[in-house]
Design a binder for this molecule. Structure first.
Ligand SMILES: Nc1ccn([C@@H]2O[C@H](COP(=O)(O)OP(=O)(O)OP(=O)(O)O)[C@@H](O)[C@H]2O)c(=O)n1
Ligand SMILES: C[C@](O)(CO)[C@H](O)COP(=O)(O)O
Length: 391
């Protein structure tokens, strides 16, 4: 386990009202193809190669909702994320985010939640740029249209050489100490963090941005984002899970979600069903959502004696909350008893119904070898695929 604290902090500003979008709630909390704009932005942040402390800045009355979204997006990285209330301007919101960074943070990225489809690689590129140059680094893309300067009456004054122009995006990255000092000294409002940083006398360079990093500002932008998400290929992920339970003559046997009267039982805090537990682990692992212990606990009294069905139903809905669809599940059982083949179809139909996706189960003995061969218990290994449209 990596126990070092991160040196990169990412502030995701999501406290704006989204006036130009004109939705019935602040922009970051608006639905974008089944998930909020904020959650989609955080998916990119958590797609970074480097570990980072993440601070979300939300409208004061939506901090609790932002915390739920942040926890879902963070998954296993939950401890690295926090939410603070924003201010009346973007600059004030960034300032509130800066105040929440841990002492060890050396490089700060500031990102608009509104740039919900920004590829994760851009975050890493910006961090690398700051680390190598100790200056401000901002992603930008060439300006596509001819640009003209006009006077108060809209008469054209000049055509500007667009070759020297860039449309600037986020995340914008900076050495933490210089950015914090620049913020503390700022006396006027700037439209972006790089302008504030440059006004304090620091150099800023532009690196290649990405067309996907466009800012969702108007209803048309939201439709564009939803169209892109709908047409993107679904990404498929594979997960694996293993579980073992020891035989216990005092317990009833529950295996693959079925009761097996008259067969030797398996011990466990819940019903000791290694098939359902291995499937739960495989599904959570495929979705990057932890494992049965981290999600349900290993000794929670609510799950004492609980049947596998409880875990599988809750896991399916946890995955659905995160936009995942289950593709299929395959399980291998290893053990001397019970003889599984006579009830294979029954078990597969039951579990397929619970998960809404095909479940296939194979069973084998281990020819007298190992703990299963010695008749000490039953082992199940499961694999699962899940898919999610874009991230
Ligand atoms: N007081 C504010 C204003 C803006 N932002 C954030 O800054 C980013 C860029 O701002 P913009 O797109 O202009 O968002 P809004 O201010 O919400 O939009 P509008 O100007 O249309 O009201 C957004 O992610 C927005 O949530 C913020 O955190 N706090
Ligand atoms: C920071 C920014 O996204 C850079 O392009 C932009 O300046 C903020 O958006 P706004 O519409 O200017 O508030």
């Amino acid at each position: 386990m990596n126990t070092r604290s991160p040196i990169v902090g990412v502030i995701v500003v999501a406290a704006g009202s989204g006036t130009r979008l004109g939705a019935d709630r602040p922009k970051a909390f608006v639905d974008c193809a089944g998930r909020t704009v904020l959650e989609r932005s955080l998916d990119s942040v958590f797609g970074m190669q480097r570990e980072a402390q993440v601070v979300v800045v939300a409208p004061a009355d939506l901090v609790a909702e932002a915390e739920d979204i942040a926890r879902r997006a963070a998954g296993a990285a939950e401890s690295s994320i926090s939410v603070v209330a924003g201010g009346d301007t973007r600059q004030q919101s960034v300032s509130n985010g800066l105040a929440a960074l841990d002492a060890g943070i050396r490089i700060v990225l500031v990102h608009d939640a509104a740039r919900a489809l920004t590829p994760a690689a851009i975050f890493d590129d910006v961090v690398t740029g700051v680390a190598q140059t100790a200056s401000g680094i901002v992603p930008g893309v060439p300006v596509q249209d001819t640009v003209k300067r006009v006077d108060d009456d809209d008469a054209v004054v000049e055509t500007i050489d667009r070759a020297e122009l860039r449309s600037i995006q986020t995340p914008q990255g900076f050495p933490r100490a210089s950015l914090a000092a620049a913020y503390a000294d700022a006396e006027i409002e700037y439209t972006d963090d790089a302008a504030l940083f440059a006004a304090a006398g620091h150099p800023v360079s532009v690196i290649d941005g990405d067309a996907l990093s466009f800012k969702i500002t108007t209803p048309w932008d939201l439709r564009r984002a939803e169209g892109l998400l709908a047409s993107a290929p679904a990404s498929i992920r594979v997960g694996i899970g293993t579980d073992v339970h020891a035989y216990d003559d005092e317990s009833e046997l529950w295996l693959a979600g079925l009761a097996w009267p008259g067969e030797r039982g398996l011990s466990g805090h819940s019903d000791g069903d290694p098939v359902c537990h291995a499937i739960t682990d495989a599904l959570l692992s495929a979705a990057g959502l932890g494992d049965i212990g981290s999600v349900f606990g290993t000794s929670d009294p609510r799950f004492a004696g609980a049947h596998g069905e409880t875990f599988l139903t809750a896991t399916r809905s946890r995955l659905a909350d995160d936009g995942f669809t289950i593709g299929n599940v395959a399980v291998q059982i290893m053990g001397n008893s019970p003889r599984f083949a006579p009830r294979r179809d029954e078990a597969e139909v039951f579990l397929t119904g619970l998960l809404g996706a095909p479940v296939s189960i194979a069973a084998t003995t281990t020819d007298g070898l190992g703990f299963t061969g010695r008749g000490e218990g039953v082992c199940a290994i499961a694999t699962a695929t899940v898919s999610r449209q874009y991230s």
